[in-house]
Design a protein around this ligand. Structure first.
Ligand code: G6P
Length: 471
């Protein structure tokens, strides 16, 4: 770089999300190792390179002592990450409790956990108090690192209370909030005891964003029906303040040899009930039952990345999945091969890309899913093979990849089994046509484009609001 040459301006962005892109594992009193975190939000944001970004979030671990906290803060700084330290009790009440036992199932239309509905109702107040407290802790860290002109981009259902906390510190802060899950119909949202506070707080943001037009529409109707505010074509208006609402639409060779002679079907999911893994396995079982010809000619690789392992619902799900896999392999396996390879772990980026590339049929059968990045990643890796994507109509991605995918209702096992057959038997010409449609979409609508659009709309919203108030 020449002396004195001006550096190109890069907007400073503070990305605030519950989970940092790296999770920390303690190796000694003051030494830490960092692993990449799982989940669509992290994958999407890691693709965004055009900003001078800092990431603020929880490192996924309890660090009660000062020595540990200092060392971890230092290790994270190298990755441009800033930790929020949450103690065990807060994590239990805010993350396991309010976020993952209440908001997550509700936003995915799964209702409250079946067995302990009453217990959940009882612990609601204390969990919501912890949620607010945790959000305030995030706000404190953001405020400490904020510099004038920064854009603060808050993410997801964990941090719905954050926009309000931030604006209380500084009304001039540019604050955006983006939801990575569905936003449910207002009829579902209105069952939440904290329905008003969450909506009000999100509305403190200058711009709020959703994956699909339907989620944005649900949010606006929740604000009009529950808060009695006015919905406008641009967003929601409250006493002259407008909140804009927007929607955005060497392994390979090895693997080929390993599975030669068999068609490869792939599922990559976090081990979460919204992903519909048991339903997918039952559909595969039905397919094998009805199609003996295929029994030794197809293998299903199911990668199930463990998550939220302290929540009982997730523990139950793990045993259920293991039981079904065991049964199917027992029924249809031979001495030399089993129909399902099930892995309870995550894969590194290169291994995952290789897997996507050798796959003939990807099975994404979420019961509900905000977007589902796996379907995008699969399409992006399929230029050579032009495999088929079997996709749940309840994933946000169905609105963009629906025309190229084979859409299914994941609750209908007979239909999914038939779609597996359709996908495995699909003629090359049709596969190519469908793939081209999806590939075009995925390469046009990148994570970069998503982030750029959101941040520039957020900048515009703030300028517009200033103009309005000076009138
Ligand atoms: C979903 C959520 C993310 C979350 C991810 C992983 O994609 O929208 O906010 O980080 O799941 O879940 P976890 O609870 O392990 O962070």
């Amino acid at each position: 770089e020449e002396a004195g040459a001006a550096r190109p301006f890069r907007q400073r962005l503070l990305v605030v999300a519950n989970r940092l892109p790296v999770s920390a594992v303690r190796r000694g009193e003051d030494s830490w190792s960092l692993d990449i975190s799982a989940g669509g939000l992290v994958s999407a944001l890691l693709g965004v390179k055009q900003f001078e970004a800092r990431w603020i979030g929880w490192a996924g671990v309890n660090v009660p002592d000062e020595i540990g906290q200092k060392a971890l803060t230092k290790a994270l700084a190298e990755k441009r990450c800033i930790p929020v330290f949450l103690d065990e009790e807060i994590v239990h009440q805010y993350y396991n409790g309010y976020c993952n036992n209440i908001l997550w199932p509700l936003f995915h239309y799964l209702g409250l956990p079946q067995e302990d509905r009453l217990a959940t109702t009882r612990s609601f107040q204390s969990q919501f108090a912890a949620y607010k407290k945790a959000n305030q802790m995030f706000a404190d860290v953001v405020n400490a690192h904020y510099e004038e002109g920064d854009v603060v981009w808050c993410h997801d259902y964990h941090l719905m209370y954050l926009p309000e906390c931030l604006k209380k510190y500084n009304t001039k802060m540019k604050v955006g909030w983006f939801l990575h899950t569905p936003f449910p119909s207002s009829e579902i949202h209105r069952t939440l005891p904290s329905r008003y506070e969450l909506l009000r707080s999100v509305l403190a943001a200058d711009l709020v964003g959703f994956h699909t037009y339907d989620y944005a529409r649900h949010f606006v109707s929740a604000c009009t029906r529950i808060l009695g505010l006015e919905g406008t074509p641009e967003g929601v208006e409250d006493q002259g303040k407008l909140t804009r609402v927007a929607a955005v639409q060497e392994h390979i060779k090895e693997l080929k040899e390993r599975f030669s002679g068999r068609k490869v079907m792939l599922g990559v999911d976090r081990l979460d009930m919204i992903k519909g893994i048991p339903q997918k396995l039952l559909a595969f079982e039905k397919f094998l039952e009805e199609n003996p010809y295929w029994r030794d000619k197809v293998v299903l690789l199911q990668i199930a990345v463990p998550t939220r392992t302290d929540v009982p619902e997730y523990q139950k799900l793990t045993s259920q999945v293991h039981e079904i896999v065991g049964r199917i392999n027992g029924r249809f396996g031979t001495l030399t091969a089993v129909p399902i390879h099930h892995l309870d772990c995550s894969l590194d980026f290169h291994a995952l890309c290789a897997l996507y590339a050798v796959t003939d049929v990807a099975l994404v059968t979420s019961l509900r899913d905000g977007m589902n990045l796996v379907s995008y990643e699969f399409v992006a890796c399929q230029e050579a093979k032009k495999g088929v994507l079997v996709l749940s109509e309840f994933a946000g991605a169905a609105q963009s990849l629906g025309a190229g995918a084979v859409l299914v209702n994941p609750w209908n096992i007979t239909e999914v089994a038939a779609s597996i057959g359709q996908a495995l038997n699909m003629p090359a010409e049709e596969r190519e046509k469908r793939h081209c449609h999806n590939f075009h979409h995925v390469t046009e609508h990148t994570a970069q484009e998503w982030a750029e659009t959101f941040v520039s709309e957020l900048n515009d919203s703030v300028v517009e609001a200033q103009l309005r108030s000076s009138k």
